[in-house]
Design a protein around this ligand. Structure first.
Ligand SMILES: [Zn+2]
Length: 191
């Protein structure tokens, strides 16, 4: 189990290598992976200095307080960065792409934070055959979100920054198994 900081709204530190290799591969269908991980990086230009923050959220599956990883991030961000006019660059690395509800919430969030740019790299496409999930992705795209499938560079970046790798070098193993299929599918959806 990963160590959680006390508040349920706070991100966890890093993920362990086994979890990363199980949760993150580019797969067309990925049974048994009910969790969604969101690794994020926030960069902020603030007057004279650059500030950056990073962490990992995972969806909460408790029946009394379910919260998708994206929703956890949005609520954390609103608390953390109440100044809505500043320039922010936010990058997400997701194991599953957002569901339609989260897509809507992200679009609303971007309307609040006018100077925020969001790039989403997702490893897999959640219900990619389902029209409402496709529509959710299109709404994000129309709202200016950059959407891509995670490729080798992003996996390596995540390994270096979000995984307890204990100085072990990045290995791609099976991470890119269905990359070509997913990249083509995403292009098709956004066309
Ligand atoms: Zn969701």
């Amino acid at each position: 189990m990963e160590p959680w900081r006390p508040s349920p709204r706070n991100p966890m530190d890093r993920i362990d290598p086994k979890t990363f290799h199980f949760q993150f591969p580019n797969l067309r269908y990925a049974s048994g992976r009910k969790l969604c991980y969101l690794c994020f990086q926030v960069e902020r230009d603030y007057f004279y200095y650059n500030d950056s923050d990073w962490g990992v959220f995972r969806n909460k599956v408790h029946p009394w307080a379910p919260c998708h990883a994206e929703q956890c991030f949005l609520s954390w961000f609103r608390d953390q960065y109440p100044y809505r006019d500043e320039d922010y660059n936010v990058t997400w690395f997701l194991s599953w792409s957002p569901c339609p509800t989260c897509a809507e919430e992200v679009v609303e969030f971007l309307e609040e934070y006018r100077n925020l740019t969001l790039s989403i790299f997702t490893s897999r496409l959640y219900y990619f055959w389902h029209p409402s999930y496709q529509e959710g992705l299109c709404k994000l795209w129309d709202a200016g979100v950059q959407l891509d499938i995670m490729s080798c560079d992003e996996f390596e970046y995540c390994w270096d920054n979000f995984v307890y790798h204990k100085r072990k070098r990045f290995q791609r193993w099976n991470l890119l198994k269905d990359y070509d299929f997913l990249a083509a599918e995403l292009q098709e959806i956004l066309r």
